[in-house]
Design a binder for this molecule. Structure first.
Ligand SMILES: Nc1ncnc2c1ncn2[C@@H]1O[C@H](COP(=O)(O)OP(=O)(O)OP(=O)(O)O)[C@@H](O)[C@H]1O
Length: 498
């Protein structure tokens, strides 16, 4: 056996993140780990990668016990990790990012050698990149290839992929799954952490299921289905949300010819006009980087458009800041929970009211008791594993923080909500809860603009779908006529749907 993790336990104070976990990996195998948010997946991988030390238990590589004090030691033993949030330098080239930390050259960095080595590596493993491209200019799918080449350059035999498809387009996901397959044929082994059970079943040979820090099952992928996995994960089968037809009323958000330049002649937003009415969910689909992020930021008052008009409930809000927009009736589940949604060093209770403090204070003093009561209720409603209300936000697992932010924004009961990637990183049970809550808000007369890289989510929740391509609206489809194929065509710059 290539890797054996035996009886691994890890506690943080009262939280038992891992409780006697056994996990093993064969050479050339893809062995996925699934489980609810906070089940202990990341903790187990942080232990394997030397970022944390277990409270008890042992790790064996090729039958020999090893102990890693830090990631450098894990890397020396052939373990590589690609994190959910890429850790690349955007201003450096692809080649520089790959060789960093182990650069060729005796006294001085040998750039030519670096490019040659990256070219050879890329050819050997069939993973295409341009060594001279600046990483910040590369699409996310390419950035992920750079991360994978980087761990291969460091000599990885075991590659940990933590939620690798969260930010990828359907085509990029397909390419990633193909790259994984090709690498296993060359003897590399993968540990895949994912909430996307269909992808897990198509990529993995075996699947280990964790629940509350313990293993609840190890199954062959060819021998299981989504239902059995969800049972092992959550202890029950899932009931999909039921969507009633929408009954849209008055316009809540209106954009008229909104444009934003990106410096030079390039337009980040090109004459966008759209409406979101009370009682409807308008979905925005598009390959990441086609203006969706800028659209969200312009509407949320984080960027000011160069041209055009933005109105909320009939009031002109063009150029107003985020605080004014929140006061006027906007709630916002942000695209990136760490940049816009939370402060890592704040407590859970503080993150639970971030952006809404003004409503929860009296004479400039926060109503702490009220806040603690509110946040405690959301923790119960969304089954958030948060430890205590005074726990630091950075100690929450990614999915649990996402749930806290969604709960906070939905609880504001505002007439308008931007829901950007609302279920990124959450488990299937929580996804169901969040979808139900979004539909409930819509049915209660809320207007929702949904931006999601998950086409299935856009199709499931939206009443109308707008596709963005190169900063402009490439087409609009009613939910009845929209299919993944039609949307994908428009997303790739296909014919405008007039
Ligand atoms: N440094 C820490 N201090 C305190 N608690 C922690 C710390 N790191 C993790 N935890 C807790 O350990 C538990 C397991 O977290 P972990 O991140 O391993 O879960 P996960 O299965 O990866 O979840 P997700 O699917 O949301 O990423 C959670 O309850 C989390 O809050």
């Amino acid at each position: 056996m290539l890797l054996e993790m035996e009886r691994i336990s890890k506690s943080y104070g009262d939280v038992n993140a891992n409780r006697g976990i056994n996990y093993n990996l064969k050479a050339g195998e893809v062995h996925a780990i699934v489980g609810e948010n906070g089940a202990g997946k990341t903790t187990l991988m942080r232990i394997l990668y030397g970022m944390e030390q277990p409270s008890s238990g042992s790790i064996k590589l090729n039958g020999k016990e090893v102990f890693f004090n830090d990631p450098k030691e894990a890397i020396r033993h052939g373990i590589g990790m690609v994190h959910q949030h890429f850790m690349l330098f955007p201003n450096f080239t692809v080649a520089e990012n790959i060789v960093i930390g182990k650069e060729p050259g005796v006294i001085k960095f040998d750039r030519k050698a670096a490019v040659a080595q990256v070219e050879a590596l890329s050819k050997n493993y069939g993973i295409k990149v341009d060594p001279l491209a600046k990483v910040g200019d590369c699409p996310l799918g390419v950035q992920q290839r750079v991360e994978i080449l980087k761990v291969l350059y460091q000599g990885a035999e075991i590659i940990i992929l933590d939620e690798p498809t969260g930010v990828l387009t359907p085509l990029e996901v397909k390419e990633l799954l193909e790259a994984i397959k090709a690498l296993t044929l060359k003897g590399k082994s993968f540990i895949l952490i994912s909430h996307k059970l269909n992808e897990v079943m198509s990529a993995a040979d075996r699947i280990t299921v964790l629940r509350d820090g313990e293993v609840t099952g190890v199954v062959e992928a060819s021998d299981t289905d989504v239902e059995q996995l969800s049972n092992l994960m959550v202890g029950r089968a899932l009931a999909p949300s039921i969507k009633q037809p929408s009954m849209p009323k008055h316009p809540v958000l209106e954009l008229n010819n909104v444009s934003l330049s990106g410096g030079g002649s390039k337009k980040l937003l090109d004459s966008i006009s759209l409406q979101v009415r009370a009682g409807e969910i308008v979905g925005i689909a598009g390959i990441s980087g086609n203006g969706q992020s800028e659209l969200i930021q312009v509407i949320a008052g984080l960027l000011s458009p160069d041209h055009g008009k933005i109105s909320l409930l009939g009031a002109n809000m063009t150029g107003r800041n985020a605080r004014d927009l929140r006061d006027a009736g906007l709630a916002h589940i942000p695209e990136d929970r760490y940049i816009w949604g939370a402060n890592k060093s704040a407590t859970v209770a503080e993150t639970g009211v971030m952006g809404h403090q003004r409503r929860l204070q009296r004479f400039g003093i926060l109503k702490r008791k009220v806040i603690r009561g509110l946040v405690s209720d959301w923790i119960k409603q969304y089954s958030i594993k948060a430890g205590s209300l005074d726990n630091q936000t950075q100690n929450l697992s990614g999915g649990n923080l996402q749930k806290l932010i969604v709960a906070r924004e939905l609880a504001q009961n505002t007439p308008f909500l931007i829901a950007a990637e609302p279920t990124r990183g959450v488990d299937i049970g929580a996804m169901e809860t969040i979808h139900d809550q979004l539909l409930r808000k819509r049915d209660g007369g809320g207007a929702i603009l949904l931006i999601s890289s998950e086409l299935s989510e856009v199709l499931k929740l939206s009443d109308r779908i707008i596709v963005m391509y190169e900063g402009a609206i490439a087409g609009e489809l009613q939910v009845g006529e929209a299919t993944e194929e039609k949307l994908s065509l428009l997303m790739a710059g296909g014919k405008r749907n007039e």
